[in-house]
Design a protein around this ligand. Structure first.
Ligand code: ZN
Length: 383
């Protein structure tokens, strides 16, 4: 075909691109042994922290990649103690040697093969999302519907399963760079649709699950950290979503108005804290101690159930009456009397049960989802 494909010793040149689904990087300088890089801001926003790119041309050679604009990122405290994920088969993602000093994140790695993929966390592509929705929609008892179109024209998918009276909503990836949230969703859906899982059968009898695996497909495809195609943080829109700014939230909240919400988990990732934790709805105007006790019961039982959850590390709890009702967890608790929570998983690792090879990983997101559902099953009658 006339293409010169051979690489000759001494003439290797690195090639770096992010021109694919959820890609994000800007190349400042490139040598035959590394590059200086910048993460690109979300469109019409100042947020940035998610990166995902491919390096080619380094087979068997040590390379050094420096991300030099970390100081201005959304969560500078996310970088100390963090390690980048690398993969050559795009299935298994492992921790790369990573250091953070003088506001620069330095990643050193020697790829075996020619093409190396590097990301802030194991990516969850839109193609994998559509595969998940199609696989689940084909199973008996699962109803799939499109709640809305996004500003870029993508479908907003919702899967419904179960026939019970308790409306349960699980939704993820309002912040698209938090790809661990959709790995959690894949685990939740696989468990809930497993015909051999007795807990899942009980949940499907007692509850109806409404599941939005990805609330922000535009931001996901665009390689954003935190916002949609209009640069809007969807988890600050729940008090007053609009078709122009936040059609994703408007569609989901309208669907919730039709079903009500007894229990909800909003699934996220946290940049700085090296642990799994939940945040609740303590500061809402109509604070109900009985609902708060159910929330406390959920988190305490989950900590007892799995070493991949803990109670000590997390966010500062809002004072009475100080809840931010633009955030979904508070809005759902106030609007529906729901027992609602924000689940945060780490970009770093769950330090209480660390994995030195993978860090916090897709497989562990999925097993944490299983534990959350077993935990819900044990208290579903109390909701
Ligand atoms: Zn988030």
């Amino acid at each position: 075909s006339g293409r010169v494909g051979a690489h000759y010793q001494g003439e290797m040149t690195l090639s770096i691109t992010s021109c694919f689904d959820s890609g994000n990087i800007r190349v400042l300088t490139l040598t035959d042994s590394g590059a200086d890089l910048e993460i690109v801001t979300d469109h019409q926003s100042d947020f940035y922290q998610w990166f995902h790119f491919r390096v080619a041309g380094a087979a068997g050679r040590p390379i050094t990649l420096r991300i030099v604009n970390c100081a201005g990122s959304a969560y500078p405290l996310g970088w100390p103690g963090y390690r980048a994920r690398v993969s050559e088969d795009r299935e298994t993602w492992t921790l790369a040697e990573t250091t953070y000093a003088d506001d620069v994140l330095t990643i050193r790695h020697t790829p075996a093969g020619n093409a190396l993929w590097i990301a802030y966390f194991a990516p969850y592509s839109m193609e994998r999302h559509y595969d998940l929705v199609a696989r689940m929609a084909a199973l008996p008892g699962v109803r799939q519907r499109e709640l809305a179109r996004t500003l870029d024209g993508r479908p907003l998918d919702c899967l419904t399963l179960g026939d019970g009276p308790k409306p349960v909503w699980l939704y993820a990836r309002q912040h698209p760079g938090e790809s661990m949230a959709e790995w959690w969703m894949e685990g939740a859906l696989e468990k809930l649709t497993d015909p051999a899982d007795a807990t899942a059968r009980l949940l499907r009898e007692k509850a109806t699950f409404h599941i939005v695996p990805n609330m922000n497909p535009d931001g996901s495809a665009r390689g954003h950290l935190r916002t949609n195609a209009a640069g809007v943080n969807l988890n600050r829109e729940w008090h007053a979503p609009t078709a122009e700014r936040s059609p994703e939230v408007l569609a989901v909240r309208n669907a919730m108005d039709e079903t009500g919400v007894a229990f909800a988990i909003d699934v996220h990732g946290d940049e700085a804290i090296a642990a799994n934790f939940v945040a609740g709805f303590e500061g809402i105007p109509s604070f109900d101690p009985a609902k708060a006790a159910l929330y406390a019961r959920f988190r305490e039982a989950l900590a007892a159930r799995t070493p991949d959850f803990q109670l000590e590390k997390g966010y500062v709890v809002a004072a009475a009456g100080q809840a931010n009702l633009s955030m979904s967890t508070n809005q759902l608790a106030e609007r529906f009397g729901a027992v609602s929570m924000t689940l945060e998983m780490p970009f770093k690792d769950h330090d209480d049960n660390a994995d030195p090879v993978h860090g916090w990983s897709p497989a562990r997101c999925k097993t944490l989802a299983h534990a959350c559902l077993d935990n819900l099953a044990a208290m579903i009658d109390a909701l």
